[in-house]
Ligand binder design. Structure first.
Ligand code: AVJ
Length: 315
């Protein structure tokens, strides 16, 4: 297995992260980017979320992939390079290896540590597929290295991860995908707008796995920043924002407290919120329009019987 890394140097990247985290923490409405949810423990907690019956996006998308596997394979065609954005444990892409028969697989994720583990296991199982991985924060910019084959690039962006982005950011990312696909394409999964009760159960599950996932971001931040967040001083809070078509995750301070790090600090009053994630929900029309704006003119769409989720092949 070849391992490609964005090795320009890890220090400036780390410094960028620290700066980004500090800006969010000192802002009047404090926020932390959702990418910091995915430290090694957070990545495992997210995998646990995908196993919850209440977290419909994963099981619904899986159902669509299974039911329409043949149609999807026919649309995408076989061979070429499968580029997995936010690969995580690489399981979703693996489920397509048989039908799409890629000759190359490029796994990209923010957390390269977790990714490398996943890819090592996979490489042994599929010796005929050339595998590479990159640890990259593509929320800012997506750059596929020149060394990656340019013919028939199929980008795979499942799980409605696009939903983390504001409309403008999503448009930028989709545009970068279109530019680097070279006549290739995009297979994407997006979550559709639905009733509040279903959304609330999915994002505030009774087993509190999502709460643990959200609260763990404070530990992740402590390890980046050397800050002294105490998990027990916060609680997981979810809101459905109808005006913006999204679910919003917050951490709410349970008491007055002061967070301190490297010569800096931030006071929180009881009830103050730290915004940690947006999860945008689309309609078929809104996602088609977004894809079109990014240069994807042609779409094929598969949904589940309840219209909870959509899988789209865009060219
Ligand atoms: C990985 C961004 C698609 O928004 O549903 C799950 C993350 N947050 N539960 C989502 C998440 C809380 C997830 N995405």
């Amino acid at each position: 297995m070849q391992i490609a890394t964005t090795s320009e140097s890890s220090t400036p990247i780390h410094q960028d992260f620290i700066h980004e985290i500090e800006l969010g923490l000192i802002a009047p409405c404090a926020s932390i980017s959702p990418k910091f949810l995915y430290d090694p423990l957070g990545s495992h907690l997210f995998t646990a979320i995908t196993l919850l019956p209440e977290y419909y996006p994963s099981n619904t998308e899986k159902g669509i992939f299974t039911q329409y596997q043949d149609q999807i394979a026919e649309a995408v065609g076989s061979g070429g390079t499968l580029i997995d954005l936010g690969a995580g444990n690489c399981q979703k892409a693996e489920s397509f290896f048989h039908s799409l028969k890629p000759s190359n697989y490029l796994a990209i994720d923010f957390s390269s540590e977790y990714l490398l583990d996943s890819l090592k296991k996979l490489a042994g199982k599929y010796p005929h597929i050339a595998m590479q991985c990159i640890g990259m924060d593509f929320s800012k910019q997506l750059i596929i290295p020149d060394a990656i084959a340019k013919t028939k690039r199929t980008f795979f962006y499942p799980g409605s991860s696009l939903g983390n982005f504001l409309q403008s950011e999503a448009l930028q990312l989709l545009g970068q995908i279109k530019n680097q696909a070279n006549d290739g394409s995009l297979l994407i999964g997006v979550d559709l707008m639905k009733e509040d009760s279903v959304l609330m159960a999915a994002y505030d599950d009774p087993l509190k796995v999502t709460a643990a996932f959200n609260l763990n971001i404070l530990r992740s931040i402590n390890s980046h920043l050397g800050s002294n967040f105490r998990v027990e001083q916060f609680r997981h809070t979810v809101k459905v924002n109808h005006a913006e078509n999204r679910v919003e995750l917050y951490l709410e301070a349970l008491e007055d407290l002061n967070v301190v790090w490297a010569g800096n600090s931030r006071a929180f009053k009881k009830g103050d919120l730290i915004h940690t994630e947006n999860s945008h929900k689309y309609t078929i029309e809104s996602i088609k329009a977004l894809l079109k704006n990014a240069g994807f003119e042609k779409t094929q769409i598969w949904t589940d019987p309840k219209d909870y989720f959509a899988v789209i092949y865009a060219q």
